[in-house]
Design a binder for this molecule. Structure first.
Ligand code: ADP
Ligand code: MG
Length: 851
């Protein structure tokens, strides 16, 4: 067992004791060391050499370390893997304290509490998500420490919480009061999140302090308290940059549940290709805060018609005033991440470089405001939100930073050269002193050379010995008696003398005082910027809204989107609509636009049939994406669109289509379908893509029929239903609300040409064999398929190679003849021109075998 610990290891034990869940990075000189289990774990995860400290002594422990200057990358890796890192720093300059240096944990970095810009994705919020399940309600709190935002709400049930969870895609989740089943559902909805189980919470009110939580429901208050308590424990000594709790109303947003979010590829595509998402094709923002805002809006479109129209107004303004858009866009492109820089300043973490970025960003934001202020028209000013007053551009801080900082301040404070000349008299005096000191050393050297008549005499400096006079061996005899010998080296003798000592003392102290002064001024500057954090955040929010609007306007202009008409009617009318992502991937001008028209009081259910690859899925999705775009405040890819507000978009895809999830089970499909039937309302838009596919034909058909009927009769919402079951099209005959459409294809010989054009009525046939041909299935197989199809269409059963009795059914004249007629049929169907020699041989062998 370990014996008595050395004082340093006692310090470590205290740090580890206070943060048992974190890997402790313990500062020893120029290294961060890890000890014990931390060292064993980290050496494996980070590929470090595992050594040990106090080897052979009673308190020997495993040890692994990383250089202080490279810690950054290692920490990022550990966070990526879901770990927490506690930074235990030296609280005093080791050269200035006698005995042991005091050490304290100054910050615990966890995946959900990162504030370092280089470890964050600029275009997404970095949420810490706290979820408290109690008494049938679910409280949620979302904290982004890097932006200082805190949102909270009470949700009705776990399903709603899972939707919020998918929307937020948090890095870290604090979970309280979840039973086993809830935990499993949560883990499935947020697979990449670091999950932490909660500890008891005594007094939520006390944790909240003076944050206003009035009219926030109790579970939400508790979730907020959980998030704050966790964040506070991880930032000891610093004040959290959170100024208010924004209560979000889950009912104000269109609900896009996790499955639909994935299926519609809003922010992530199945292929993992980030360019093939809705977000990617509508994101033309140029600032980080703008990109984050756009993402959030896209995942939570509004339901309030007035608010939606106001957003459209602003986009339209930038569409119409193209010149203004171009200028604003240019100015905005120099706006740095003010929101996060402000937070870093308020946490005392801002580097000189951060302050430089803040200065530049504030300048660009002020320039943007100036451009908008040049707009005279009162109505336009109203739309821009500057009719009453211009935003506070935090000029005082910008001016201070501009006066203080050099053009490109260094990344690390210790590198110096942060401040401009003329900013601080004392600092200037100290640099002057260093400068003149160096000059006086040169003068001293010349004088000593003169006095002693030693031409090789040099005044030199090393870190270890400080300043000295060096005289080569041959002249050593000429050194005056009052010089004191310091050291003998191969090249000669080194001396010191009173005058040199005095001068060197002055230079060294000037250097030291210069560094201290610089650090003190820097801290002052960081504090000044940190105090302006709320104002900076406010400015950043305004700028982000303009950025989102100009970006959407830019997309609308370049890709010919139109302003949708949003109202409360229960209708959806899209003229010449396009799929925003597919159209971008298709060759220019090749996308075929289509209309969609659904009306709860009229035809509200479309049954869409057509061959594979005709464009059914594309049509369904473009209808849903158009509603999402319209309600988030964007223009839409259509000639015109009228969107009656949709409360939720529900979208399911038949099991075998959902390849990326790897769960092609019928069970999953049915569970999701059940969820739709439970949660859809009259105001919902439901798109069902080939459901029922995951099971046998008759089961699948039966289920698809029942689901369509239920949607039609019980829910009565707007719905699009793509199906390969032609039998389903009969539903249109029995329901006045259902109608058939098909995506057309034309047959040219045996080839199929997809027109992608939607036409009324059900598709006549499925063209499956033509599609198989297009896909390169060998001619021998195609010929056989045509033969089988022909039989089936004549009302016979499919031939089977395994069961002889079925052959009888297939050909009543007896097995010999049956085989013969089958061979004949196959031969008739063969397209000789397309047969490769190998195909021909294979076919021949097969036919012969049949006979
Ligand atoms: P289905 O669901 O009917 O099998 P998809 O909707 O998956 O067909 O479409 C197949 C492919 O056809 C798409 O990937 C796209 O390349 C193309 N496509 C679909 N709709 C259109 C259209 N309206 N205009 C042009 N190409 C289209
Ligand atoms: Mg499809």
């Amino acid at each position: 067992m370990a014996g008595p610990k050395t004082p340093v290891m006692q310090q470590h034990a205290r740090a580890k004791g206070a943060y048992p869940d974190a890997i402790v990075f313990f500062r020893l000189g120029d290294f961060y060391e890890m000890f014990g289990d931390d060292a064993v774990l980290a050496s494996r995860l980070l590929d470090l050499t595992l050594t040990s400290r106090n080897r052979g002594k009673p308190d020997e422990v495993p040890m692994a370390g990383v250089p202080h200057h490279a810690a950054h990358g290692y920490i990022a890796k550990l966070l990526e893997l879901g770990h927490q890192v506690a930074l235990c720093e030296q609280m005093a300059d080791p050269s200035k304290v006698k005995g042991i240096v005091p050490r304290e944990v100054v910050r615990v970095i966890t995946p959900g509490l990162i504030t370092d810009g280089s470890q964050l994705n600029a275009a997404t919020n970095n949420w810490l998500f706290a979820l408290e399940i109690a008494e049938g309600a679910v409280g949620v709190a979302l904290l982004d420490l890097s932006t200082g935002e805190l949102l909270a709400a009470e949700l009705a049930d776990l399903a709603q919480a899972l939707a919020e969870l998918t929307r937020a895609a948090p890095r870290e989740l604090l979970l309280f009061g979840a039973d086993e089943e809830a935990r499993r559902a949560i883990a499935a909805a947020a697979p990449r999140v670091a999950l932490r189980q909660g500890e008891p919470l005594d007094d939520a009110g006390a944790v909240l302090g003076d944050l206003d939580a009035a009219d926030l429901p109790p579970t939400a208050v508790r979730a907020v308290a959980r998030a704050l308590a966790f964040a506070r424990a991880c930032t000891p000594g610093a004040e959290l940059p959170v100024r208010r709790i924004a209560r979000f109303d889950p009912d104000a947003a269109m609900i896009i549940d996790p499955v639909a979010q994935r299926h519609l590829e809003l922010v992530e595509s199945w292929s993992g290709l980030s360019s093939a998402t809705l977000l990617a094709v509508v994101d033309a923002t140029v600032t980080s805060a703008g990109a984050r805002l756009l993402r959030r809006r896209l995942l939570s479109p509004l339901k309030d018609v007035e608010r939606i129209r106001r957003r459209h107004d602003l986009v339209e303004l930038f569409v119409v005033h193209a010149r203004l858009r171009t200028e604003v866009r240019k100015a905005l492109s120099d706006v740095t991440d003010l929101e996060r820089l402000g937070v870093r300043a308020s946490l005392g973490e801002a580097t000189p470089r951060d302050l430089g970025l803040l200065r530049d960003g504030l300048g660009a934001a002020a320039e943007t405001v100036g451009l908008l202020d040049a707009v005279d028209d009162a109505a336009l000013r109203e739309t821009l939100g500057i009719a009453q007053a211009l935003p506070d551009t935090v000029d005082d801080v910008r001016e201070l930073l501009s006066r203080a900082l050099v053009e490109r301040p260094p990344t690390q404070a210790k590198d110096g050269a942060i401040f401009q000349k003329g900013f601080d008299a004392e600092l200037d005096e100290l640099s002057e002193l260093q400068q003149t000191g160096a000059e006086r050393m040169v003068a001293l050297e010349a004088r000593l050379r003169d006095d002693t008549q030693i031409p090789t005499l040099k005044v030199r400096y090393t870190r270890v010995f400080g300043w000295y006079v060096e005289v080569s061996r041959s002249h050593a005899g000429k050194a005056p008696a009052e010089w004191r010998r310091k050291q003998t080296v191969a090249s000669g003798e080194r001396y010191t003398l009173d005058e040199l000592d005095e001068l060197s003392e002055r230079i060294t102290s000037a250097e030291e005082r210069h560094r201290e002064r610089e650090l003190a001024l820097l801290a002052e500057l960081v504090r000044a910027a940190g105090q302006a954090r709320s104002r900076i955040a406010e400015l950043s929010a305004r700028v982000a809204r303009w950025d989102v609007a100009q970006g959407l306007a830019d997309v609308a202009h370049r890709h010919d989107y139109s302003r949708p008409m949003v109202d409360d009617a229960e209708r959806l009318e899209i003229r010449d609509g396009r799929h925003p992502v597919v159209e971008r991937l298709a060759a220019a001008g090749r996308f075929v636009p289509n209309d969609v028209s659904l009306d709860v009081d009229g035809v509200r259910l479309w049954l869409v049939t057509g061959p594979n690859m005709a464009g059914k899925s594309t049509l369904l999705r473009q209808a849903a994406l158009t509603c999402i775009l319209a309600q988030m405040g964007s223009f839409v890819p259509a000639k015109s669109a009228r969107v009656g507000v949709v409360d939720r978009v529900l979208s399911r895809v038949g099991a075998s289509d959902d390849v990326a999830r790897g769960e092609s089970t019928f069970m999953v499909e049915m569970r999701e379908t059940a969820e739709i039937l439970r949660s859809a309302t009259r105001r919902s838009l439901v798109i069902l893509d080939e459901i029922g596919r995951g099971t046998s034909t008759f089961d699948g058909l039966a289920i698809a029929w029942a689901v369509a009927e239920h949607l039609d009769e019980a829910v009565g919402c707007r719905a699009l239903f793509a199906t390969h079951y032609h039998e389903l099209t009969a539903l249109a005959d029995v329901s006045v609300h259902a109608e058939n459409f098909s995506v057309s294809a034309r047959e040219v010989g045996d080839d199929v040409v997809f027109l992608h054009q939607l036409v009324p009525g059900a598709a006549s046939r499925s063209y499956g064999i033509a599609v198989a041909k297009l896909a390169g299935v060998p001619e021998s197989v195609l010929a056989r398929a045509r033969a089988v199809l022909a039989k089936l269409e004549r009302g016979g059963a499919a031939p089977s190679s395994k069961r002889k009795d079925q052959l009888d059914l297939f050909a009543p004249k007896g097995p010999e003849d049956a085989a013969g007629s089958e061979v004949l049929e196959t031969l008739k169907q063969v397209d000789v021109d397309r047969l490769t020699p190998l195909d021909a041989l294979t076919l021949l062998a097969k036919l012969k075998q049949k006979l």
